[in-house]
Write a protein that binds this ligand. Structure first.
Ligand code: FAD
Ligand code: SIN
Length: 539
């Protein structure tokens, strides 16, 4: 198998969700853009987003209220300047999205004269209706609108089934001067070849890491690759202990991972125990619309108290026609599993959903490595703090991609760089025992679910740490001995990210937002405003 493939582009984008596609569209007028994406171009967390995008668009709402709700959800750890920037710039970015062809749901305000306005949804932690949505398939509509716009640009190439392996940095190559990102090694999965793609600017837009956990709302692409790649390159990673568990994932033996949107609770859905008793009022005055960390912990506690393996989300009191029109995808999907949600409550459980931490960046996606940007779920800008407010992530991706594009345009393109060596495969051969890879995948995800979940203790975290350390050593041996494959590379990444989550959790001796540790059940004022920053030494 030949491996000497070296390419040069101006902008290399790794990932084709909302963050990568938005950035690519903005750079296309200024140079060649190559988007590498590890599966089909639409396969991303973005594609499955249901609830919508939070933004201030109504007269009854204000930036100040959205800022307050975001800070409240973030449990004292948000960067207020970042929060203000994202929220205040949101409406302009949404107008751009609409101009590209995105159609949000509308409602009639006066049927006699046909006046329509945006139909705003409500979700947990929001004091106002402010979620723009396309029924319950907002992400799919956004992804399609962005891909249609991308298709019109000759300057943008999308390479599907191409998996980013590692970043190429000048320091790693022993080059003199300030360390900078020079490109990435990328596996062309169909050919089994590793390409060297050199670029002036690299954007990590690889999304989150839900697959680190056994149960998740995320699709299979969410293996934390961007965080692992940045960490291996010596770039700072922050706040990885704050993994958000969505309270309501469908509980059904045949449903792999299907979310029941928080918007269902926003429209009146009630949480009940399996005995049919409402329980959220014991936990928070906002009941089922309390911030997500509180609802997920309440469900966890209710399940542990009663020994049940799920709780119920009940929307049967709403007119069937309303439910079917507002939530057509949820209605149809549940019906496929034999469940009519207009007539019976939905069995639900919490599942890993969103990574609030990530590669440390500013609001323009700039990382500490020159030439490397990170935008979207892969990044930690300071917007979400210790717990993300629902529907703030699509918003963050739009605003930060725009700012990253402006920053990348003013980035001085390095001149006279020495040639970059192609990927070295050494004496590696084809893998002989793939069972090692699949076994380790399962073990990591179960360890993380059992020991590093919604409620943590130091004992469980340490137990998980030693298990993951053993697995990492085994994976490392395997990595050097055999040719790289998609599964092996993702396995190495989920192991790295699992380790980062555990290390970060052990570094924070308090409970705050999504990080709840029974050994330190209260907030510690000394840790307010302190990010957990991890950096791998490059020596
Ligand atoms: P993604 O959309 O996840 O895209 C990542 C891309 O990177 C994919 O194309 C992937 O294939 C690619 N990739 C990953 N690793 C590599 C690699 N090594 N090499 C090449 N390509 C790679 N947020 C909201 O604000 N509102 C919502 O209503 C909402 N609903 C959600 C519902 C569900 C079921 C889920 C899972 C998430 C939801 N979220 C929601 C969160 C939100 O969808 C994500 O945070 C957001 O879409 C992330 O966008 P992104 O562009 O950063 O990453
Ligand atoms: C949902 O629709 O419940 C998901 C919203 C989000 O994760 O922001």
């Amino acid at each position: 198998m030949e491996t000497q493939h070296i390419r040069r582009v101006d902008y290399l984008v790794i990932g084709s969700g909302i963050a990568g596609l938005t950035f690519a569209l903005k750079m296309a007028a200024h140079g060649t853009v190559c988007i590498v994406t590890k599966k089909h171009r639409a396969e991303s967390n973005t594609n499955y987003a249901q609830g919508g995008i939070a933004a201030v668009t109504s007269k009854e709402d204000s930036f100040e209220m959205h800022v307050r709700d975001t800070l409240e959800a973030g449990a004292g750890l948000c960067d207020e300047a970042v929060v203000r920037t994202v929220i205040e710039e949101g409406p302009a970015r949404i107008t751009e999205l609409i101009e590209l062809g995105m159609r949000f749901s509308e409602r009639e305000t006066d049927s006699s004269v046909g006046v329509r306005e945006l139909d705003l949804g409500k979700e947990g932690g929001h004091s106002k209706r402010r979620i723009l949505h396309a029924k319950d398939v907002t992400g799919r509509e956004i992804e399609q609108a962005l891909l249609a716009a991308i298709a019109k640009h000759a300057n943008i190439e999308i390479c599907e089934d191409h998996l980013g392996i590692d970043l190429i940095t000048s320091a790693k190559l022993g080059m003199k001067g300030r360390n900078r990102c020079l490109g990435a090694y990328v596996l062309d999965k169909a050919r089994g070849e590793v390409l060297t793609i050199c670029a002036s600017v690299v954007l990590l837009a690889t999304g989150g890491c839900g697959k680190v956990y056994l149960y998740t709302t995320n699709p299979d692409i969410a293996t934390g690759d961007g965080v692992a790649m940045a960490y291996r390159a010596g770039v700072a990673v922050a706040n990885m202990e704050f993994i958000q568990f969505h309270p309501t994932c469908l509980y059904h033996p045949k449903a792999k991972s299907f979310l029941i949107s928080e918007a269902v609770r926003g429209e009146g859905g009630v949480l009940r125990s399996i005995a049919g008793v409402e329980f959220m009022e014991q936990y928070h005055p906002l009941k089922a619309l309390a911030p997500r960390d509180i609802v997920a912990r309440a469900i966890d506690s209710e399940m542990k108290r009663t020994g049940a393996d799920h709780v119920q989300l009940d929307i049967t009191h709403k007119p069937a026609r309303f439910t079917m029109e507002r939530f057509p995808n949820i209605y149809a999907t549940c019906l496929q599993f034999g469940l009519d949600i207009t007539k019976e409550p939905i069995p639900v459980v919490p599942a890993a959903h969103y990574q609030c931490g990530g590669v440390l960046t500013n609001v323009a996606g700039e990382t500490e490595l020159a030439g490397l940007y990170a935008v979207g779920e892969v990044a930690c800008t300071g917007l979400h703090g210790a717990n993300r407010l629902a529907s703030n992530s699509l918003l963050e991706a739009l605003v930060c991609a725009h700012r990253a594009a402006a920053s990348a345009l003013s980035y001085p393109v390095p001149e006279n760089l020495e040639p970059i060596p192609a990927w070295q495969r050494g004496n590696a051969s084809d893998p002989d025992e793939l069972v090692v890879v699949s076994h380790n995948w399962d073990e990591i995800r179960r360890v993380m679910w059992d020991y590093v979940g919604i409620v943590r203790t130091n004992k469980r975290l340490k137990r998980a740490q030693s298990r993951i350390a053993n697995l990492m050593a085994e994976i490392q041996d395997y990595y050097w001995d055999f040719n790289v494959t998609n599964d092996l590379l993702e396995l190495r990444n989920i192991a790295t990210v699992a380790d980062l989550i555990i290390k970060s959790a052990l570094e924070r001796p308090e409970s705050r937002g999504l990080h709840y540790n029974l050994d330190f059940p209260e907030k510690n004022p000394e840790w307010a405003q302190r990010d957990t920053i991890l950096r791998r030494s490059q020596t």
